[in-house]
Design a protein around this ligand. Structure first.
Ligand code: KG4
Ligand code: ZN
Length: 403
């Protein structure tokens, strides 16, 4: 440690639809955490439009970083390092943050640190749990990273001497991410965007046992070794088919989305959905940040119970897989992170079931559950201590893996 204060790291995050910057002292004290969300812009399209996202990041990156520095009450010269998300994420969006961070670090003569976005989500929970002092440092911990783009289970261990973290991916989604399923089902039922928060709010007004949804065992698949992730199509010049092993801790959420669609067709809900979509779009045009409860009059009991049953099934599946993996790998604590970690039913049921097993569990606060840059600065801390600086050739890694 040099000078009077613990080292200050500026974190920058632009992997998807939030332009974020934060200053974190000593890897754990948040001095500022600024997020410029593009949700309203993408809402009109029902999903993130990559080209628009890059353009918005370009517009916001300078003011957002300046605001983070000002709110921290420091000057650029006082920074000790600049940390930036390297991937995974949208290529053009990531590049805006990386190029800006590179130029800033170079101009200040300070080290540049590259951070995996998924590791950032895990460190968001660790940072807060450690500040509260309620998470014992026993390893391995099992981290569930569950967002619009990811549903992953990692065994995470901190090495006592170096402070370095290692991760082993023990479960992942074979198709849609859980947050993606929330968003797609919300779109299908004519709810607001992004869908997770709408389903969370409306689910408590329906009967979670009304519609029985089932998760079938995931079938082993084959994919060519150099096929694009998420694709089963052969790539030019590829060698023979190679089976992808399916772990019993993997997830699959595309089936339940189809089951919701089938339910709406079987019960002839199409017309009422179309009417609600039109009414809600008028309401949201007049009040863009309308709380879902204020649109409750647009919903019939059958639809509310469908929403409630969908959420209960997805949450139940996340809990079952997480607890099964925790038991199989002897995890000593659970860390839940990513946008879906904001879900109230997931927080309540998983907390109750973990404590019944004597397993410590930590969730992020709502501000640190969704994408932010404090988590990037926190995840960069072990790298800063070990002088693991990013090379000048650092570029976007849209498919970056963890573990
Ligand atoms: O971590 P995040 O901000 O961005 C990604 O990296 O994807 O997560 C966004 C996702 C969206 O799919 C959104 O619908 C979901 O998190 N989400 C929720 C809730 N709040 C956000 N899902 C369920 N319940 C919520 N309360
Ligand atoms: Zn994220």
């Amino acid at each position: 440690m040099k000078g009077m204060h613990p080292p200050l790291i500026l974190g920058i995050e632009t992997s998807c639809d939030e332009t974020a910057a934060a200053v974190v002292a000593g890897g754990s004290r948040i001095l500022s955490n600024v997020v410029a969300s593009q949700v309203a812009l993408h809402a009109a399209y029902g999903g993130v439009v990559p080209e628009l996202a890059s353009r918005e990041h370009l517009r916001h990156i300078v003011p957002v970083v300046r605001q983070a520095i000002a709110q921290a009450g420091i000057s650029f010269a006082q920074l000790d390092a600049v940390a930036v998300t390297e991937g995974p994420g949208l290529a053009g969006a990531l590049l805006v943050g990386i190029l800006y961070a590179k130029a800033l670090a170079f101009g200040l003569g300070k080290p540049l640190l590259a951070v995996n976005h998924l590791e950032g989500h895990i460190h968001a929970v660790l940072l807060e749990a450690r500040n509260r002092g309620d998470l014992p440092c026993e390893f391995p911990m099992l981290a569930l990273v569950v967002s619009g783009g990811h549903t992953h289970l990692y065994l995470a261990t901190e090495h006592r001497q170096t402070g370095a973290w290692t991760y082993r991916n023990v479960g992942r989604t074979v198709d849609d991410a859980a947050g993606e399923a929330f968003d797609k089902v919300a779109k299908l039922l004519g709810l607001g965007y992004p869908g997770g928060a709408w389903i969370d709010a409306l689910a408590r007004h329906g009967d979670p046992a009304a519609v029985p949804f089932h998760f079938n065992p995931i079938k082993p698949r084959t994919r060519l070794p150099n096929a694009k992730p998420g694709s089963d199509k052969p790539q030019p010049g590829s060698s023979p088919e190679e089976p992808i092993p399916v772990s019993r801790f993997d997830f699959s959420f595309s089936g339940i989305k189809t089951a919701v669609l089938r339910y709406t067709q079987a019960h002839h809900l199409e017309e009422s959905i179309a009417r609600r979509r039109a009414a809600l779009s008028d309401l949201l045009a007049a009040h863009p940040s309308l709380p879902p409860e204020q649109a409750l009059h647009l919903f019939d009991p059958q639809t509310l119970s469908l929403i409630s049953s969908f959420q209960a099934a997805v949450v139940g599946n996340l809990i079952r897989q997480t607890l099964a993996a925790a038991e199989a790998f002897g995890a000593r604590a659970l860390l839940i992170s990513g946008g879906v970690a904001a879900n109230r039913e997931l927080r309540q049921r998983l907390t109750a079931q973990a404590s019944a097993r004597g397993l410590p569990i930590a969730f992020p606060s709502l501000a640190l559950a969704t994408d932010n840059a404090a988590m990037i600065a926190a995840a960069a801390w072990p790298r800063y201590l070990q002088h693991l600086h990013a090379p000048e050739s650092l570029t976007a890694a849209p498919q970056l893996k963890l573990g």
